[in-house]
Design a binder for this molecule. Structure first.
Ligand code: NAD
Length: 361
């Protein structure tokens, strides 16, 4: 069966890192006998320049046909002065909502070889491997009513609405339980059920769904405690499930446990497990075009793409093993190198991962 993958290189270092991930996917397809068909399209600043729209119709058509999408990054100083509604980031929001990508996956893994890069003590984080499942299309970021209004006596008042219905909670909870089944069988749902009614419902629905997954060990944790536990003893977590607002904050905290933003992949899935895969980092305009970008976050995003959208788990495992192999061999891009004299280029890192994959055949 063939799989159609859409590449959206985007802006800044996006094209450099996506190219290395594409090469790794091609090498992996050869080893595992996969039929991958690649398309490429514009998103973000480059799409504004070429089409006058950060998410043009031509990209939308290809995105809807794709089994999975690999994105580099969007944005940069060139477009910072545009009105908010025309910025590159709008393209990202538009594609997420167009494809109904409600489930955001943010793994935080720390390869033991990089434990010194974390600001926490190496023994607390070495071998860390947790997955944050964040609801992405509901909650307070989208709830109505919202706004800033001025009362008759001239006092301004800002307000947002944190709202989830049981369908939205149930569908993300079910996915989170399924991810826990594929991992270590533990799920921690994070809420503020002691204060917020919306998260009391969240807790009730997650508990109801847990009846379908008796083998998964479910726990509940208040968000303030979860924030503390993430930096106190992060290895206690396997899968963490939470809503949009708490997930935004906790996933960045978890990301920093690992030290380098150049190593962190992410995915956003819809109900059919079609998804958008992208590194957590941005377009890094300060190093764009210099061959200094770490492509591993995008390469690891490609591994997630194989696992979650194409159901090619062994091929995904092979990419992750190849990355580990390359790190074991001591190769480091500038962001994770101990000195700039030893730093590998973006392309050299891609070459090394490709070689490690190819050596499997
Ligand atoms: P950034 O992640 O682009 O860069 C932050 C720092 O990390 C920079 O010093 C950069 O050089 C470094 N860095 C990032 N990725 C790296 C990599 N792969 N290898 C080595 N070093 C890396 O964040 P920023 O500077 O706040 O934002 C720059 C632009 O990216 C902005 O226009 C922002 O809007 C956009 N952005 C886009 C996304 C996205 O596309 N999803 C996410 C975040 C920021």
């Amino acid at each position: 069966m063939s799989h159609r993958i859409l590449l959206l290189p985007g802006d800044g270092i996006g094209p450099e890192v996506v190219e290395q991930a594409r090469r790794v996917l091609v090498a992996t397809a050869r080893v595992f006998d996969l039929d991958l068909i690649f398309d490429s399209a514009d998103l973000g600043g480059v799409a504004i320049d070429r089409h006058g729209d950060p998410y043009p119709e031509s990209t939308r058509l290809l995105a809807r046909q794709a089994d999975a999408i690999l994105l580099g990054a969007v944005g940069g100083p060139k477009w910072d002065t545009l009105p908010a509604a025309q910025r590159p980031e709008r393209g990202l929001l538009a594609i997420r909502s167009d494809l109904d990508l409600f489930c955001n996956l943010r793994p935080a893994m720390l390869y033991p070889q990089l434990a010194d890069a974390s600001s926490l003590k190496p023994d607390l984080v070495a071998g860390l491997n947790l997955l944050i499942v964040r609801e992405l299309t509901g909650g307070i970021y989208f709830g109505e009513p919202r706004g800033v209004e001025t009362s008759a006596d001239g006092v301004r008042r800002g307000f947002n609405t944190d709202v989830y219905d049981e369908t939205e909670i149930g569908r993300i909870a079910r996915l989170a339980f399924q991810f826990a089944q594929k991992r270590n069988g533990r799920l921690c749902s994070v809420d503020k059920a002691n204060v917020l009614e919306v998260t009391m419902l969240w807790r009730d629905i997650v508990t109801e769904v847990s009846a379908e997954f008796p083998e998964i060990e479910l726990s509940h944790m208040y968000v303030d405690n979860a924030a503390m536990q993430l930096v106190r003893e992060p290895k206690q977590f396997d899968v963490v499930l939470t809503g949009n607002l708490f997930g935004d904050i906790l996933s960045d905290t978890a990301a920093m446990l690992t030290g380098s933003i150049g190593m962190l992949p992410s995915a956003s899935l819809n109900a059919e497990s079609r998804g958008l895969y992208e590194p957590v980092h941005g377009s890094a305009p300060d190093i764009a075009g210099a061959g200094k970008a770490n492509p591993l976050a995008t390469i690891l995003s490609a591994a997630m793409l194989l696992r979650y959208s194409l159901d090619e788990g062994p091929a995904a495992d092979a990419i992750e093993a190849a990355v580990e192999h390359v790190l074991n061999a001591g190769l480091r891009t500038l962001d994770i190198a101990s000195s700039s004299a030893d730093a590998a280029t973006t392309e050299a890192m891609g070459d090394a991962v490709v070689a490690a994959i190819t050596s499997l055949s």
